[in-house]
Design a protein around this ligand. Structure first.
Ligand code: R5P
Length: 309
């Protein structure tokens, strides 16, 4: 089977163009394993594509088992699967092989939350360059990669053998909050300033950012700020909420500055160690996208992914 990575995916000789020119209806299958089901299902609805969820199990010793219960997959496949936590990375590799085994010709992999992306350099001697390790191994297995709000999209330079693109959740988050009376969109640190600006543009309000210093994995300090929050409804946007420490510290600062309401949002809601209830204790609303599913993953990114496909 020729995988043809060097060919443009949607070029004149792509399978899609070929089938259309022959009057054969183009079919695309959306496949998922045990993660990202809500995003994969939404995507199949938006694209009018067939949705297939593979059977996934664990053997008694903990090893993963996957099976796509189909006779064949002789068409374009979009596999939606996170690489977090670790066992989902193994599941992804097995799903890729299972799809190829059934004849999948072109596999676009959508990795909504790309685990290990944050270790994008050797912060200390002797550390692994985790983001590079993951991308270099995965590039061998797929024909195209779509990620969403990577901590630093530049890491995709390490995925060199096939097309890869990082998609932005800001427009979808902005649209979700567009009638929520937001006066100001705020990034909790300088790194989130662009995200705040892009979200604010969709809502039609101002944006700004705070200054954050990370003290430890669970502790951050937000510097006293001059941000104009008095009497305003503020939406904080971040790429990831993990322990919730960043959002709690930012919310406390905004309340000190006299904010009327503080809403918190993120693309990837990891929500470790009871973060959701901690955040609900200080914020007026907490919402994430569905790159990771939780009780607050209310924003579907299916349209964002569909547009890229
Ligand atoms: C860090 O630079 C990220 O953009 C997030 O602000 C960070 O991962 C949030 O972590 P936590 O919720 O643990 O403060």
């Amino acid at each position: 089977m020729k995988r043809g990575r060097s060919r443009p995916f949607h070029g004149a000789d792509s399978p899609k163009s070929f089938k259309s020119s022959m009057g054969i209806p183009w079919k695309m299958m959306i496949l998922c394993g045990s993660t990202s089901k809500s995003l994969a299902q939404d995507l199949s609805l938006v694209m009018g594509a067939e949705f297939v969820q593979a059977t996934t199990k664990r053997f008694p010793d903990g090893e993963a088992y996957v099976r796509i219960e189909r006779q064949a997959m002789d068409k374009e496949v979009v596999l939606v699967q996170n690489t977090y936590p670790d066992q989902n990375l193994v599941e992804l590799l097995l799903l890729l092989d299972a799809a190829r085994g059934l004849g999948a010709d072109k596999i676009t992999c959508v990795i909504p939350y790309f685990g290990y992306a944050r270790q994008d350099r050797r912060f200390n001697p002797g550390e692994a360059l985790s983001a590079k390790v993951m991308l270099r191994h995965l590039e061998m297995e797929m024909d195209r990669l779509l990620t969403i709000d990577l901590h630093k999209p530049d890491v995709l330079e390490w995925f060199a053998r096939a097309p890869a693109k990082d998609l932005k959740a800001a427009p979808a988050i902005g649209e979700f909050f567009s009638s929520a009376g937001i006066d100001l969109v705020l990034g909790p640190d300088a790194g989130a300033a662009t995200r705040a600006r892009e979200t604010a543009k969709v809502i039609g309000c101002e944006s700004d950012h705070l200054l954050k210093t990370r003290i430890s994995g669970t502790e951050v300090r937000i510097s006293p700020s001059q941000v104009d929050a008095r009497g305003r409804t503020v939406l904080i946007v971040d790429d990831i909420i993990s322990t919730g420490g960043t959002i709690v510290a930012a919310t406390n600062e905004l309340k000190r500055l006299g904010a009327k309401k503080v809403y918190a949002s993120c693309t990837h809601g990891l929500f470790t160690g009871g973060a959701i209830s901690k955040l609900k204790g200080v914020c007026d609303r907490v919402v994430s996208t569905n790159t990771l599913e939780s009780e607050v993953s209310e924003i579907s990114l299916a349209k964002v992914v569909a547009q890229a496909l």
